[in-house]
Design a binder for this molecule. Sequence first.
Ligand code: BEZ
Ligand code: FE
Length: 292
Amino acid sequence: MSDYNQSLLTSDVVKAFNQSPDPRLNLLMTTLVKHLHAFAREVDLTPAEWMAGLQFLTKTGQISNEHRAEFILLSDILGLSMMVVSLTQARESKSIEGATEATVEGPFYWPGAPDVALGGNIAEGVVGEPAYYTGHVTDVAGKPLPNALLDLWSGDGDGTYDVQLSATPTMQARGKIRTDEHGRYRFWSIRPTYYPIPSDGPVGELMRATHRPINRPGHIHMMVSAEGHVPVTTHLFVADSPFLDQDAVFGKRDSLVVPFAKHAAGTAPDGTVMDKPYYTTSYDFRLAPLPA
Ligand code: BEZ
Ligand code: FE
């Protein structure tokens, strides 16, 4: 096929995808086709490479299930998830100014975490070093937000999430905490450690083939929300964790890195008597008002 016909092919496919009554769908599909065709032409894509790509996507689908989100993982390692986070922040920049920064959700969110009483332990019996988390949820002016929700999830002290422990996992290191009347939250969990992203599937194969590092720095995840405010999906990163500057999914944000202070066994700030060393950390989340 001549070069002229390659261009004609692209414009024919673009035309075919430009006929729905939904202008946004037309834009997404026609632009996708233009970029896909341009990619194929730029690298002079061979049939074997095209088929390898299709087989990769097939395997990505085949390994996916309720607790294995391989396509989210693929989006994460391609930097597409962080690009969407960043585009959202740029689009909403005026209305979310001063709010806590967002980062990737990742493949391990599991809706329906149990409600945990304020000050309770979301990681009871979970392997890891205990850590006590405190802080506030406020609006962007610093006004406390009572009854704000923190939907929390974390790997264990070995860097493993509950959904990775078995084919029929039960929840651990997850919990929903609500702030008190002064916008304060507090809970126990473990100090998160760095961990490798899942590497036993096609995404892992791709990471190895491209010699990419596969670790994420230690972090705990949260979705923070309050009535009348823009929710944020974010992490807190452990300040002295390895791989802070080599996050496999490009999610680390400096504003989300917090120190975890180590304490000897003794009485913790909430009066709990600890028979082993523990950590404390603190962070205030800020939410922007919903645009009028
Ligand atoms: C996570 O932080 O849970 C995660 C994010 C992206 C890829 C793998 C894991
Ligand atoms: Fe994580």
